[in-house]
Design a protein around this ligand. Structure first.
Ligand SMILES: NC(=O)c1ccc[n+]([C@@H]2O[C@H](COP(=O)([O-])OP(=O)(O)OC[C@H]3O[C@@H](n4cnc5c(N)ncnc54)[C@H](OP(=O)(O)O)[C@@H]3O)[C@@H](O)[C@H]2O)c1
Length: 280
């Protein structure tokens, strides 16, 4: 039976989760990597085994199903694998008007962004207690702090993670389990996000970070038991401004942001403002 302590990362196949997995491997942590079924995860696991000589177990499963979260836990426990770091990274994003997406989309988004991290933290709690010092890192977002137009459900799910992590951190401190929440701003994790980020407004463009840099900051601060991790200078400036600005001005800025998004989504609207007639 393997007695090394493992770090479990969800959503490890691509994007930020992959960057976290590579950084953990560089630090020499044995890994359990979880992602949806697909070729990316086994490629990454092979790469890490060859280049970093750390043991890697990969599990392909859909975490939107409660039963799969339980099956993942049972599989790890039955294999005698000890977990002392749990990183809840898997998430479903999206930017759109509320009514444009189907209810089934929001259901899945909440299952992956809210229920899966909650269930996994619950299921692995005894494991983390017996392998302490242990750490939980939940991946929220800057969108968890603000009311961002067209990110209603996503932002709400990330606010939940902020609140959940803060409360759990207080409860688990005595058991030597730290709970951290990382709130990245925009990251260049996919081609489409990199493209969108290039076209963002000034301060948002300055705040864009590479996932590798965010992963390195997040892990360092998680091990230092920091509760809320805001990576990057500009993201901290944005948070500070948010606290200092009066509410009417924050609302004004967000309304401007909404207009920008809507103009981009519907180029025909550019120059047509004022000519739209309301059907009687
Ligand atoms: N990119 C950003 O700008 C940004 C900013 C702030 C916060 N975040 C957060 O960072 C995290 C990672 O995002 P990302 O940008 O790296 O996005 P991504 O590339 O789409 O990665 C999301 C990960 O979650 C996994 N996943 C999605 N649905 C799943 C499910 N039902 N079951 C199991 N795994 C599932 C995906 O698995 P597959 O690889 O198999 O598809 C993928 O590995 C998310 O929580 C996101 O909200 C991202």
């Amino acid at each position: 039976m393997n007695r090394e302590k493992y770090t479990l990362i969800t959503g490890a196949g691509t994007g930020f989760g992959k960057a976290l997995a590579l950084e953990c491997a560089r630090l020499g942590h044995p890994l359990v990597l979880v992602s949806l079924p697909g070729p990316e995860l086994s490629c990454l696991a092979d790469f890490i085994r060859k280049n970093h000589q750390v043991p890697v177990i990969s599990v392909e499963t859909d975490l939107s199903e409660e039963g799969n979260c339980i099956a993942l836990y049972n599989r790890i426990r039955n294999a005698g694998i000890r977990i002392n770091v749990l990183i809840n990274n898997a998430g479903i994003g999206g930017t759109d008007r509320f009514e444009k997406k189907a209810m089934s989309f929001y259901k899945k988004q909440l299952q992956v962004n809210v229920l899966a991290p909650t269930f996994l933290s619950y299921l692995f709690l005894d494991e983390l207690k017996s392998n302490s010092p242990s750490h939980i890192l939940n991946v929220s977002s800057m969108a968890g702090f603000f009311c961002v137009p067209q990110k209603q459900v996503y932002g709400g799910s990330k606010s939940y993670l902020l609140s959940f992590s803060g409360s759990l951190a207080l409860e688990l401190k005595k058991q030597n389990i730290s709970v951290s929440v990382v709130c990245p701003g925009a990251m260049n994790t996919t081609d489409s996000l990199t493209w969108q980020n290039k076209k963002a407004s000034h301060i948002l463009k300055w705040s864009v970070m590479n996932p590798e840099r965010v992963a390195s900051i997040a892990l360092k601060k998680m091990f230092a038991k920091r509760k809320v991790i805001i990576p990057g200078f500009w993201n901290n400036v944005i948070c500070l401004l948010h606290r200092l600005l009066p509410e009417w001005f924050r609302v004004f800025l967000m309304e401007q942001q909404l207009k920008r998004i809507e103009r981009k989504q519907d180029p025909q609207k550019q120059g047509l403002a004022g000519t739209v007639s309301i059907a009687a």
